[in-house]
Design a protein around this ligand. Structure first.
Ligand SMILES: C[S@@+](CC[C@H](N)C(=O)[O-])C[C@H]1O[C@@H](n2cnc3c(N)ncnc32)[C@H](O)[C@@H]1O
Length: 319
């Protein structure tokens, strides 16, 4: 990027230098100054006689430029717009193209913030191993899915989304709570997880679940359609939290709620009480998650410990 920026500045310098017909290569501010101060008459013009006096004037001109350089040309204020108005049309077009490319490049270089948490999800084999832990028999005792449904206030007829559903662990509990008139959107970014979630709902005969494959920036939810969006053990996997929050916000109805059930970023929060896994794996602790979500168009309703020393449940309203 730096090199790219340099080449743009270098290009402008070359153009200005060419225009100034200067005998010595100048840096950008110097070239700009040279542009403002016209060359001595006859300097470099076609057909000029390069006799001693011209050479002397050239030398004196070059000497003046060196003096300017020594006196701190670099401190001169750059007026880009002004400079551009001085430069030729041939310079303006490439500059404009370069500037637009630079802006586009910057916009595609958004940092992925959950690299650490997502390293274990890269291959189908790794995800198959994770799938086993997400659907293990002992999970209910840790995750307490029925208590979670109660704490979320899920009622018959509600439209809810399970963002990052994984293998669909919460779907049977949601399905029972919203009933026949309710609707559940089960969303994830990986088709292999979604395939397992579909198998689960088919095996249990659940009829009120719709599956969506989203991307890491967009869960592809219908706008203004949800009463509740649950993000269970998923927020720390969001590589682009602002984009995801904007899309979830747009999908919520006006009084819709976003629920984040997430591990604390603390020693012992994920399993073994002495393990620092959560400190490494979880991007932000509760207070910073709340801050980040509130900065993206939500207002905290309440946040309570959900599983002692392990997980909290934060509920937000759409602002
Ligand atoms: C630890 S698993 C939790 C799965 C499920 N919520 C559960 O509790 O069983 C994290 C899940 O988040 C998903 N995920 C990661 N980034 C995501 C994103 N930007 N949007 C939606 N899902 C995402 C992963 O594919 C994975 O299924």
């Amino acid at each position: 990027m730096r090199m790219f920026g340099r080449s743009v500045v270098g290009h402008i310098s070359r153009q200005v230098n060419r225009q100034a017909e200067c005998a010595m290569p100048l840096s950008f501010p110097e070239a700009y100054q040279a542009f403002e101060k016209p060359l001595p008459r006859g300097h470099g013009s076609v057909g000029s006689v390069r006799d001693r006096s011209v050479i002397a004037r050239e030398r004196s001109f070059n000497h003046r430029l060196s003096q300017q350089r020594l006196q701190g040309c670099g401190k001169t204020k750059w007026h880009w717009a002004e400079c551009l108005s001085h430069t030729s049309r041939t310079c303006r077009l490439p500059f404009t193209i370069s500037a637009i490319s630079l802006i586009l490049l910057c916009s595609t270089l958004q940092a992925q913030v959950a690299v650490e948490a997502n390293t274990g999800y890269k291959t189908p084999e790794a995800r198959a191993t994770i799938a086993k832990t997400l659907s293990s028999d002992e999970r209910d005792s840790r995750q307490r899915p029925k208590e979670l449904i109660a704490a979320l206030g899920v009622k018959p007829g509600m439209h809810v989304a399970d963002i990052g559903t994984g293998v669909g662990y919460m779907l049977p509990f949601f399905s029972e709570a919203v009933g026949n008139k309710g609707h559940i959107v089960a969303e994830d970014i990986f088709p292999d997880f979604l395939a397992k979630a579909k198998q689960l709902t088919a095996s249990k005969g659940l009829k009120n679940v719709e599956f969506i494959q989203g991307t890491d920036k967009n869960p592809s939810l219908k706008q203004n359609s949800l009463d509740l969006a649950l993000v269970l053990d998923v927020y720390h996997h969001f590589d682009y939290p602002a984009a995801m929050l904007a899309a979830i916000r747009a999908a919520l109805k006006n009084n819709g709620r976003l629920a984040i059930c997430e591990y604390y970023k603390r020693v012992g929060a994920m399993g073994d009480p002495t393990s620092d896994r959560a400190v490494k794996h979880i991007r932000l602790d509760e207070a910073d998650v709340i801050k980040e979500i509130e900065a993206n168009g939500f207002k905290l309703v309440k946040s309570d410990e959900f599983n002692p020393k392990s997980q909290y449940l934060a509920i937000f309203e759409k602002q």
